[in-house]
Design a protein around this ligand. Structure first.
Ligand code: ZN
Length: 66
């Protein structure tokens, strides 16, 4: 079964792309790299059991130490 694709908007450059995410695994918290600006950012997938939907949020990782 193909993974459902979620729309992701890069918090750094606003580039929008699709990322296959297995949301049947429940809540997830991971980092991804933007294919446009190559910046990494945090992706959080939270499953809402009340509405039976998963919500995707992206965060630029301001706490990252360079
Ligand atoms: Zn970007």
């Amino acid at each position: 079964m193909p993974l459902p694709e979620k729309k992701i908007c890069c918090p750094h450059c606003d580039y929008t792309y699709h990322l296959p995410i297995d949301d049947s695994a429940g809540s997830q918290d991971f980092y991804d790299d933007c294919p446009n600006c190559c910046c990494s950012f945090r992706v959080r997938l939270m499953f809402d059991p009340i509405h039976q939907v998963s919500r995707l949020t992206v965060d630029s990782d301001d706490e990252q130490i360079y």
